[in-house]
Design a protein around this ligand. Structure first.
Ligand code: F6R
Length: 614
């Protein structure tokens, strides 16, 4: 949450900052600001989007070769001009931007207030700026000790931060610091690009350093030096970015979300490419090589995740239990970490995250590690914190997901979970070779089947037109399709602001059925699967109460066609793989409804991609 970007070099910093903030806007978009460094430091900031910031500075002096920029998702203090970043320390020595949360900020703030500091904003970030200044002045305001002041201040800070810092007395220097929140430094030709992820950097360089927790990077015209909080020099590890510019552009689509929905045939192929071979019926997950036996022999699998990734985890539970017979549980990372869960040595914990930065998931990983479990990751963003915190794992290779509502990450996560469960099931002989090979074939064909579903977009748009004014919606599914019902409901509520609930279809009669009337769209996942007859009965129950039924059915179904108001067909496939197909029409339905309601699909209110706060 919150996007941060910085530049130091020979170019005009402003254009790089604004372009970078636009690329990072998916991380937060309630206010934006920049500070130009050098001999004449200036701050411009306002509530609103990056475009509001551009309008604000249009006729002002934004020249300079050093600068920092921020796009905010509010934590401490409402979104307004004063709380927007950057923040300046009381005597003007430091200007900073920050992503993360300072947990002991109240204590630090009152300590500073007792020393005469006065605060303008309600943010924890301003506390940090003043803390740096306090240490700096205490050390005699000696520019040579500026980094020491920052380092000493950060040693007493609790919580998470990704920080960019300008010090007025050292005008040709930019400092970055990280703990918990990501910072990437791009290395150019005598210039550096710093950001909270690589998207603003890829245009200029593909050589990057991912800062580690407790790292402080000091960037100036004489180069980069890296130390940690204890002042021990660190060796920078330079990575090559595997990211191209067109992966982070809309490429002709109206929204990132739509582009990402349409990318799914490609992203699923990329996820299984090199791992699953159709001809030889071969499946190998290289990232699990060293831990594969631990997984096969696990007493229990615990999946931890949040939001859409949790829904993928729920599909994973069904897959692991069916294919491997290993007891599997799925936990909200935020609950798991606070409820003193029973974790034993033979347990394998799998953390799922698109961003790899979700604070609750990271905390759950740390807890599981302390308890002695083997912790694996399923993650999309290469080099993010979760892959670094886990002993092994599998990247989803879905490519950058920029739309705030997760789509292609979900199907890529389910693809990985399917492959993991298949590999373990074959190894522990719960799947026969024939069953395994049939699944390989089925999985291989999923992208082609998704292409066919995407061809129905215009029809789904027509359905959206009919139900777009609803205030509530219900999503029902059984077995593998229950998590898809939850995911469909989440997609609708987060981008269209229609209240929606996902339910196991059989649970409907234990309460939610009371909600059904002629105004209630009920989306029923009703493919030909083992509980088909039961779901037909559930549809009858909805129909008897005059609910508007939108049914997702298997191609050629005639029974439900006669019952439902709208029928969206998906190609037949093994029930275990059906989430990969049935979620596609639900993504499109939410997308079109949100567009028709005039909602900002890629930047829904109150949300941000990458939830780096707890
Ligand atoms: C919903 C959505 C969120 C994320 C959740 C976890 O569309 O995007 O619910 O799934 O915040 O994020 P990651 O997967 O990055 O850990």
């Amino acid at each position: 949450m919150c996007g941060i970007v910085g530049y130091i070099g020979q170019r005009e910093a402003y254009n790089i900052l604004i372009k970078g903030l636009k690329r990072l806007e998916y991380r937060g978009y309630d206010s934006a600001g920049i500070a130009m460094g050098g001999d004449n430091p200036r701050i411009y900031k306002c509530k609103g989007k990056v475009s509001d910031l551009e309008a604000l500075v249009e006729n002002l002096d934004f020249s300079g070769n050093i600068g920092i920029g921020h796009t905010r998702w509010a934590t401490h203090g409402e979104p307004n001009d004063v709380n927007a970043h950057p923040h300046r320390s009381m005597n003007g020595h430091f200007i900073i931007i920050h992503n993360g949360i300072i947990e002991n900020y109240t204590k630090l703030k009152s300590g500073l207030e007792n020393k005469g500091y006065v605060f303008e904003s309600q943010t924890d970030t301003e506390v940090l700026a003043n803390l740096f200044e306090y240490f700096y002045i205490k050390e005699g305001s000696d520019p040579k000790k500026c980094v020491d002041a920052i380092r000493n201040a950060l040693r007493i800070v609790e919580g998470a931060y990704g920080l960019l810092i300008l010090c007025k007395d050292v005008p040709k220097q930019l400092i970055a610091a990280k703990k918990g929140s990501p910072i990437v430094v791009g290395i150019g030709d005598q210039e550096y690009f710093i950001a909270s992820d690589a998207s603003p950097i890829v245009e200029y360089t593909n050589s990057v350093i991912y800062l580690k927790d407790d790292d402080i990077a000091i960037l100036s015209d004489s180069g980069l030096s890296l130390i940690n909080l204890k002042n021990i020099p660190q060796t920078p590890n330079i990575h090559k970015l595997d990211l191209s510019l067109d992966q982070i552009e809309k490429n002709g689509f109206d929204h990132y979300m739509l582009k990402e929905i349409y990318e799914q045939p490609r992203s699923i192929r990329d996820t299984y490419r090199g791992r699953l071979n159709f001809e030889s019926k071969f499946l190998r997950l290289g990232g699990l090589f060293n831990v594969f036996n631990d997984l096969v022999n696990a007493d229990r699998i615990i999946i931890v995740a949040c939001g859409t990734s949790w829904h993928a985890g729920l599909v994973g539970e069904y897959l692991f239990e069916e294919f491997t017979r290993i007891p599997t549980e799925v936990e909200y990372a935020s609950e798991f970490r606070y409820r003193n869960p029973v974790i034993k040595k033979g347990d394998v914990v799998i953390a799922i995250s698109q961003s790899g930065e979700t604070a609750d998931t990271l905390a759950a990983i740390q807890l599981a590690k302390r308890a002695g479990a083997i912790v694996l990751g399923i993650c999309n963003v290469v080099g993010s914190s979760i892959p670094r915190e886990t002993v092994a794992g599998v990247y989803t290779h879905a490519g950058p997901e920029i739309g705030v509502a997760s789509t292609k990450a979900f199907t890529a996560q389910v693809t990985v979970l399917t492959m993991m469960a298949m590999a373990v099931g074959l190894a522990n002989k719960n799947l026969t070779q024939k069953e395994f090979e049939d699944l390989v074939e089925e999985l291989y064909l999923i992208p082609d089947k998704i292409e066919k579903i995407l061809e129905k977009a215009d029809y789904i748009k027509e359905i959206a037109e009919k139900v777009k004014d609803a205030n509530n919606a219900l999503y029902l599914g059984r077995g593998y399709l229950f998590p898809v019902a939850l995911e469909g409901a989440l997609k609708l509520k987060e981008i269209s602001y229609i209240h929606a609930e996902g339910y196991p279809a059989a649970e409907m009669k234990h309460g939610p059925i009371a909600l059904i009337d002629e105004k209630m769209p009920v989306v029923v996942l009703a493919t030909k699967d083992p509980s088909y007859d039961k779901i037909v009965s559930n549809i009858q129950e909805v129909k008897a109460r005059k609910g508007q039924i939108i049914a997702i059915v298997t191609e050629g179904d005639t029974v439900i066609r006669n019952l439902a108001d709208f029928v969206i067909e998906v190609p037949a496939c093994d029930f275990a793989l059906s989430p990969l197909l049935t979620v596609i029409p639900l993504q499109l339905l939410s997308y079109y409804i949100a567009v028709m309601r005039g909602c900002n699909v890629d930047q829904p209110r109150n949300l941000a991609k990458s939830v780096t706060v707890e």
